[in-house]
Design a protein around this ligand. Structure first.
Ligand code: ZN
Length: 270
């Protein structure tokens, strides 16, 4: 943060607090005891703006600020050294990496985790059930050992078609149901929920997440071994039956329906 953005940043912090009960742990500011000294911290003005505009999107889809606050129950946001992750979330707390900036997609993803956490991680369990998925590490291991998985016996391999994307072919033994927009070795019901919310916010709209959401789906129409918009090479035609939605329309998936029901209050939240 630059010194002459100080006032702007303070106003933004007040706004985030007032509208969404979101507190930013500011790491910038004037020195103490020397107020002429300036600590720039790791946040930028653009990041505060991105955070705010992204929360506006989410809040609008939820039906307004009050609903957002009820769903999330107040969140503190900080920058921290969290290793190779871009973000992390617990109930009432979201962390972004100090190593690189965050995208609007990451904001929605992490706030979705915080939303799930605020409900005892039951939203992702509901999503798992709603989409017909289940978690069974034992069955997953058995399939791997029998050579029935699209990965190696002990984990993913660095080859197209062997990264571990099919149902159950992940660390958690998560057999996702219906069609998520993608899956990898770290996929589980928590990640599924967070990604489903981000897809819902972006899909078929005209916002910061829309291109990303679109790219997630169109890659399954690429020829095999071609690079997708995320620079990944894979066997796209092979995976299309797991991930490509009916007629390429993501709103036809159970995940889209689940998040739509959730934000529109049609689902009983336990
Ligand atoms: Zn996540």
């Amino acid at each position: 943060m630059q010194r002459n953005d100080y006032q702007y940043a303070q106003a933004k912090l007040d706004q985030l607090k007032g509208e969404y009960q979101v507190d930013i742990l500011a790491d910038w500011g004037h020195g103490n005891p020397d107020p002429d000294e300036w600590r720039p911290g790791t946040w930028t003005k653009a990041e505060l703006d991105r955070l705010h505009s992204t929360l506006c999107l989410v809040s609008d889809l939820m039906g307004g600020n009050e609903k957002f606050v009820r769903n999330l129950g107040g969140v503190t946001v900080r920058k921290a050294d969290i290793g190779s992750h871009g973000g992390e979330a617990l109930s009432h707390r979201v962390s972004f990496s100090t190593r690189r900036t965050f995208s609007a997609w990451t904001v929605v993803h992490e706030f979705a985790h915080a939303w799930d956490a605020n409900h005892g991680w039951r939203l992702s369990r509901q999503l798992e059930r709603f989409t017909g998925g289940y978690t069974s590490p034992l069955l997953a291991l058995t399939k791997r050992l029998l050579g029935l998985a699209d990965c190696g016996r002990f984990g993913p391999e660095k080859n197209p078609g062997r990264y571990g994307r099919r149902p159950g072919c992940n660390k958690a033994g998560y057999f996702y149901g219906d069609r998520p927009s993608g899956s990898n070795w770290n996929f589980n019901r928590l990640e599924d929920f967070a990604e489903a919310v981000a897809m819902y916010v972006g899909w078929g709209r005209d916002n910061e997440l829309s291109q990303h959401a679109h790219n997630r789906v169109i890659r399954y129409q690429l020829p095999d071994l071609e690079k997708d918009p995320f620079n990944v090479v894979d066997r796209w035609t092979y995976y299309s039956r797991h991930f490509y939605p009916e007629n390429g329309d993501y709103t036809k998936t159970k995940r889209w329906q689940f998040v739509d029901d959730l934000v529109c209050g049609r689902l009983q939240v336990s």
